[in-house]
Write a protein that binds this ligand. Structure first.
Ligand SMILES: [Zn+2]
Length: 185
């Protein structure tokens, strides 16, 4: 009897939370609109919620005025969100540009755990190494610098500064620190 009660509880559908995460570097375009509409329909058709996360890590390309304009446009279209953007909510910050403290903290944890190392590959080397896997537009890091010894790292540092990380969340931090996280498999 008790088992049946647990089973019923586990299979009860939970309303989904969808998210729309644009990089507002200009006015709302059709791609933004399609993504936001699909996310909104997907969540709302099942009684769910929508979170608006602003991907404005590149402060030059994504000034706040474009994020504000995007909110205005979404509102005009009736695609209202439940939390995020200037509306705020219980899981702030929703602007990626305000997350650098979180990224720094996470980076330090990863570093303490030995999950980061400097990478000296150039962008073209990474693209060449990843060529068979670039059909989806993503570059897969081949782990070229993963096994460097402390001596090799010191030697390479004399010749060339480490390349910045190209992964979304750590870009700014890696640029500052000159490190990139390894791929944890
Ligand atoms: Zn490398």
């Amino acid at each position: 009897m008790q088992e049946q009660a647990v089973f019923t509880q586990k299979t009860e559908p939970v309303p989904p939370t969808g998210r729309f995460a644009p990089s507002p570097s200009g006015r709302l375009h059709l791609g933004n609109l399609a993504c936001s509409l699909l996310a909104w329909l997907s969540a709302k058709s099942r009684g769910g919620r929508i979170v608006l996360r602003i991907e404005d890590l590149d402060a030059e390309r994504c000034p706040r005025k474009y994020a504000d304009q995007l909110e205005e446009d979404l509102g005009w279209l009736g695609l209202f969100w439940d939390e995020g953007g200037s509306k705020g909510g219980p899981h702030e910050p929703y602007y990626q540009s305000e997350c650098s403290g979180i990224y720094t903290e996470s980076y330090k944890k990863l570093e303490a755990m030995g999950f980061v190392y400097p990478c000296f590959c150039s962008r073209s080397q990474l693209h060449a190494a990843s060529a068979p896997h670039t059909s989806d537009g993503n570059v897969i890091y081949p782990g070229t610098c993963r096994g460097l010894t402390a001596e090799e790292i010191a030697e390479k540092r004399k010749k060339k500064a480490p390349e910045p990380l190209r992964s979304q969340g750590f870009r700014g931090l890696a640029r500052k620190e000159g490190f990139e996280p390894s791929r944890v498999v």
